[in-house]
Design a protein around this ligand. Structure first.
Ligand SMILES: [Zn+2]
Length: 231
């Protein structure tokens, strides 16, 4: 195989390596990307906190209401048991009972409001939990799909690197360095000549040049410096 032919083959390996490396990066991104899941998890956590808070408020509202009802019961029993005889005290007790009874309605309304708040948040928690489960399943599925793919690509990359090492050891070191230098600046270092034109820059290559390249000499395009390759 001509030197240009070897370099062309090396370039094909490099392109293949690049493609695989790129796919590996994408696969790794898929495997670590859990943004949606993290967002849903923190949303679920904050809604659960809201729910706990609303339930606490509901309980304390219930206790407050029971407390008021109990006070009314105690006053009523004093009023109607006949044990309290003092008219002044009876008037005071009646007044107190009236005041407490007027609070009951307000407290009941407050409790109803809190109960419906709890229900509302419970519905939200349910929706978020379902969403979270869906995202977790999706995440697991993604792991199942991409983990083996990652292994395949890594195996392929190791094989390609081995091939590249083997091939580069066969190539003249000066030519190899030229190839690496051009590759670094231009991406593609070896180009074919077709219908007398360099496929890197599309400028016509002098006949003598491409003939030398075809004969196996290492010839670079006068215009773009890429290594010319003719089969
Ligand atoms: Zn050129």
């Amino acid at each position: 195989m001509s030197l240009a032919g070897q370099l062309y083959k090396l370039q094909q390996l490099d392109l293949e390596l690049q493609r695989n490396q790129q796919e590996l990066n994408e696969v790794e991104n898929q495997l670590i990307d859990n943004k949606a899941l993290a967002v849903a998890e923190s949303k679920a956590a904050s809604q659960k906190e809201q729910l706990e808070d609303a339930k606490r408020k509901q309980r304390s509202s219930e206790w407050e209401l029971e407390d008021t009802q109990e006070k009314i019961r105690q006053i009523d029993s004093k009023l109607y048991s006949g044990k309290t005889k003092d008219p002044k005290e009876l008037v005071n007790l009646e007044k107190e009972a009236k005041g407490l009874k007027s609070q009951i309605r307000t407290k009941e309304d407050a409790l109803l409001g809190l109960m419906s708040q709890v229900e509302e948040i419970e519905a939200k928690v349910k929706t978020t939990t379902e969403e979270l489960e869906r995202l977790r399943r999706e995440w697991e599925q993604r792991q199942e799909t991409f983990r083996p793919r990652k292994g395949e690509i890594e195996t392929m990359l190791a094989k390609l690197r081995g091939n590249r090492n083997g091939l580069s050891q066969q190539i003249d070191s000066e030519a190899f360095n030229i190839y690496e230098r051009i590759r670094l600046t231009m991406g593609q270092a070896v180009v074919k000549v077709e219908r007398g034109r360099c496929l890197g820059c599309h400028i016509t290559v002098p006949t003598s040049q491409w003939q030398k390249a075809k004969a196996g000499d290492l010839i670079q395009c006068n215009n773009c410096s890429r290594i010319l390759y003719l089969e």
